[in-house]
Design a protein around this ligand. Sequence first.
Ligand code: 2RA
Length: 331
Amino acid sequence: MKVAVVGATGLVGTEMLKVLAERNFPVTELLPVASARSVGQEIEFRGQKYKVVSLDDAIAARPAVAIFSAGGAISLQEAPRFAAVGTVVIDNSSAWRMDPTKKLVVPEINAHTLTADDKIVANPNCSTIQLVVALNELHKKYKVERIVVSTYQSVTGTGKQAVDQMMQERAGQTASNPAYPHRIDLNVLPHIDVFQENGYTKEEMKMVLETKKIFGDDAIRLTATTVRVPVMGGHSEAVNVEFAQEFDLEDVRELLRHTEGVELVDDVQKNVYPMPQNAHGRDAVLVGRLRRDETQPKTLNMWVVADNLRKGAATNAVQIAEVMVKMGLLG
Ligand code: 2RA
């Protein structure tokens, strides 16, 4: 199958290539796409060298699927051009997520909604994916009513420039090309993406809106504080979730042990709990620190950690492509 990866030289694009190779996706020809200045640059995929091509050349090649991680503006402009030649686009930007005509897919939750009409499929935001994967079976059994979530998001979520800034600061240097006006290292920044009129950031509103859409439940109330932390390896989230039904904590543990994509990591007597260093390079959503919220009934506290570049972006996108192949919608 001819596969284009748009944004192939970025942090997420590079991870997409890694995941495609690791999961042995049926790539017969790879079309790595990046900005004009990268055209001709060589990248390696499954031991073979490929030259980066332009968007126009990739569209002309009519790939079966194009997996995008190139920012919203490029997705808005270029995804329809790929779709027009019959390519299925799986887009990691926020461009199409809230479009009512586009599906927002986490395969473990709503892959069954995909049809042959879906030519542009949206990959949710990383901080949303790990949250809904962790809550999926609990929502089915106890019905989520309200979520209060604080995130501790890896600097890799911003991109290479921010990682470089953090490492330069850590080396005692002044960042040569800072991604943030404030120091990243030895600091936390309650500011991810741009501030909206209501005082929340776009990142926080993504969690609110995307969670409702993925669960198909507009009644879910969510409030978020998303924070950038000088950490590699993954995003962490402190989740307080109120259900419609009362629950038994042991039943919750059992449900999580049987939730697709989740790994229960919870034995505080042995200092066992999810941490980014244990999520890094893996696709599991790690869940721990389970405890009842003792201030009100039907409410659970949990700690959720996942590699934001993998299940939070690249792996989820490749899993969408895999499920579309299985459903006969791709290939
Ligand atoms: C972030 N979730 O972490 C956003 C986009 N990757 O910055």
